[in-house]
Design a protein around this ligand. Structure first.
Ligand code: AQP
Length: 334
């Protein structure tokens, strides 16, 4: 059976990059019965690779669960859980860490980018991709939908599956396939610096639109989005990344093609077009905002959802972990 696994860090609110690049795609798998139940994890162990305030982290997990459900990730149709609730993630991560090599890990671009900004680099940041491999392999996942920034980590997980199988002469872990959208949504850009991806960790909140930003905030952020000195609206991702990012957000929000979005901008300069984009984004986010606030007012329900998700994840994870122990000689002969 094919199985989807993906994760998201509870380090801030879901932004349009996460939403169009990952979460909206997750929703399509939820309604597809041809695979096993998809598994989506709120990866708090990944979040602590950089310092987090414990109360904010705890709240962030519940807020992320509410956001995902509001985006259509129905917990009845998938396994939605907090990573740290399932101890096997760290257990498997250790075994894989013993098979991973330093040179291979140090090549990964995310580590390079993040560690450049820190003086005392935590070991956890270095082994982040090992933990992500464990997340995927623990459920013997075959399909991993991610944004472009995360693709190298999925390749690394593919590599870890091969190394494990080869070392122990087994076909235990299946082949992993990444799923990356080809329509541009795999890399939504920052509104303040279109050379960079939109990101939760960008210190400038105007660089991203969160799915629960108010209507006024969306208008303000679109108005302030960095474009260029050409007033005409047309799509050219390479030469005009700022305007093209706005066209993309418009087309994704309104459910129209990029060409249709450009057509609708005829006669508008980029300044006026920004308001048009804000309108489409607001329209799209309206029901999500409403569901999110209703869910956040019922924490008891959110906790129950997470605890049920953890139970379901644990039963799959422990089966894999027991098998890995046996394969690697970490348990008595069965
Ligand atoms: N800009 C983006 N466009 C498309 N997809 C994106 N993703 C992230 N940014 C974009 C995808 O969203 C999923 C969750 O990723 P994450 O939790 O790591 O989100 P983030 O915004 O990337 O968070 P941070 O805090 O800024 O983390 P780093 O710096 O690690 O990326 C993933 O599938 C991701 O690809």
């Amino acid at each position: 059976v094919r199985r989807i696994f993906s994760g998201i860090q509870p380090t801030g609110l879901v932004h349009l990059g996460n939403y169009f690049g990952a979460v909206k795609q997750w929703k399509t798998f939820i309604d597809d019965d041809s695979r096993a139940k998809p598994i989506f994890s709120i990866v708090d162990l990944h979040a602590i690779t950089l310092p987090q305030n414990p109360a904010e982290l705890r709240n962030g997990v519940e807020s992320m669960a509410a956001s995902l459900i509001a985006c259509g990730i129905d917990p009845a149709k998938c396994i939605l859980f907090r990573q740290s609730d399932v101890g096997e993630h760290t257990s498997l991560s250790w075994v894989l860490g013993c098979l991973a090599t330093l040179p291979r890990l140090s090549q990964l671009p995310q580590f390079k980018e993040k560690s450049e900004k820190i003086r005392d680099v935590p070991l956890g940041l270095y082994v982040y991709p090992v933990l992500q491999s464990a997340d995927i392999l623990l459920y013997k996942a075959t399909d991993v939908p991610v944004g472009e920034d995360n693709l190298q980590n999925v390749y690394f997980a593919q590599h870890m599956a091969r190394v494990f199988n080869h070392r122990f002469g087994t076909e235990f872990f299946p082949r992993i396939k990444s799923i990356v959208l080809e329509d541009g949504s795999a890399r939504i850009r920052s509104l303040r610096n279109p050379e960079k991806k939109m990101s939760k960790s960008d210190p400038d909140p105007k660089s991203r639109i969160s799915i629960i930003d108010s209507e006024d905030e969306v208008v303000e952020k679109c108005r302030k989005a960095v474009t260029d000195f050409t007033s005409e609206v047309y799509y050219d991702l390479e030469k005009r990344p700022g305007v093209s990012n706005l066209i993309l957000l418009h087309s994704l929000s309104a459910g129209i093609t990029v060409d249709e979005a450009v057509q609708s901008a005829q006669g508008l300069d980029t300044g006026k077009y920004k308001l048009h984009v804000a309108e489409a984004v607001n329209e799209h986010l309206k029901p999500i905002r409403e569901t999110y606030s209703a869910l956040m007012n019922d924490r008891h329900h959110l906790r129950e959802v997470l605890s049920e998700g953890a139970q379901n994840a644990r039963s799959l994870a422990s089966e894999t972990w027991q098998a890995v122990r046996s394969i690697a000689g970490l348990s008595q002969m069965a």
